[in-house]
Design a protein around this ligand. Structure first.
Ligand code: RIB
Ligand code: CA
Length: 338
């Protein structure tokens, strides 16, 4: 049983690793890669996505640029984290695949409406494309199977400002629109992904399988690990986006809890900050995304403090990093041997 996936990206080193994992996972039918600006400007991201797919032997997967600028805020990119090209020290030959002419927002809408109840949208970038898709075609709200979002710093410091995670910081207005949309959202926050570390030892193991794939991973992550060492003091790198992709076909990696997550978008000081209304351990495990059962009137008084909206997401609160890293390394080795 495969899962049809659209991957919305800002590639970016960890986005590129998510693309590789998608192509190396038989459980995933990668319907398309859409791109916005974030880690690097969208044009660089489109080129990187095309070239990574060619590297993985999948030049057939469409790569579509979407909306190149955040809805309101000026663009903020992360060359210090992902390098000037967006893929660190790596170099890739230019893909010869035909250039897709479909707009990324239209690919998201078309795929979801053409395959109602089947498409999982994995959003690992600023949410600009997803927000515009919602505004252009609200029918995707009930047609999408699941939305998995990597974003937010809920109960930990941000990785971009002291309060905000990068994807929510770059486009907080888009994050607000998406989180309040009513789509069935699973949120994988920086709280969890900061501890999903690909170590130098993992990379050293990978390059023992000589291949352009492992060479790319080594060169891209060398830049990324140097950044993490300088910024966070450890010889490894958080592979946020591959972890989000893995939840599309291996949801048992995570334990989730329903909660309401709001995003600050009016304040210059705290733009992109996530504000949660923590519901507490689920009193019953709702089916999939049946959050309507959480009737706030039934809550105990101490739950109904000043701001207690009904849950809008299921947030990952635990993640089996060890099992995931082993899966990632094994699948990269398998891809390298193809
Ligand atoms: O905060 C980490 C997220 O922001 C990741 O998706 C990374 O690629 C950047 O987009
Ligand atoms: Ca990303």
């Amino acid at each position: 049983m495969t899962t049809r996936v659209i991957l919305d990206t800002d590639p970016g080193i960890d986005d590129s690793l998510a693309i590789l994992l998608a192509t190396a996972s038989p459980e995933v039918e990668l319907a398309g890669v859409t791109v916005t600006s974030g880690n690097c400007p969208m044009a660089d991201g489109v080129r990187n996505a095309r070239n990574v797919l060619a590297l993985a032997g999948r030049p057939d997967v469409p790569v579509c640029g979407g909306v190149a600028l955040p809805l309101i805020r000026p663009l903020y990119t992360a060359p210090e984290t992902h390098g000037e090209t967006g893929i660190g020290f790596a170099y890739l030959p230019e893909s010869t695949a035909p250039v897709s002419t479909e707009h990324g927002v239209d690919l998201i809408i078309r795929e979801i409406l053409e395959h109602p109840g089947e498409v999982t949208l994995v959003a690992v970038a600023p949410l600009t494309n997803v927000a515009i898709a919602l505004r252009k075609e609200p029918r995707i709200i009930n047609a999408v199977r699941q939305v998995i979002i990597m974003g937010g710093a809920l109960r930990t410091d941000g990785n971009t400002t002291s309060v905000a995670e990068f994807n929510f910081f770059v486009d907080p207005h888009a994050a607000h629109i998406v989180l309040e949309s009513g789509m069935p959202i699973t949120l994988l926050p920086w709280d969890v992904t900061k501890d999903i570390i690909l170590t130098q030892a993992n990379v050293d193991q990978l390059i023992r399988t000589p291949s352009p794939v492992t060479r790319f991973i080594a060169d891209a992550t060398r830049f990324y690990i140097e950044f993490h060492m300088a910024a966070f003091g450890y010889a490894g790198c958080s592979i946020n986006d591959p972890a989000a992709l893995a939840l599309a076909f291996m949801p048992d990696l995570a334990r989730t809890e329903p909660m309401h997550v709001a995003v600050e978008y009016t304040s210059e000081l705290t733009a992109g900050k996530s504000v949660i209304s923590y519901i507490g351990p689920a009193t019953r495990e709702p089916d999939a995304h049946d959050l309507t059962g959480y009737d706030t009137a039934a809550w105990p008084p101490h739950w109904r403090r000043a701001f207690r909206p009904a849950p809008n997401v299921r947030t990952v609160v635990e993640f089996d990093s060890q099992r995931f890293i082993a899966l990632f390394v094994e699948r990269m080795e398998r891809l390298a041997r193809q």
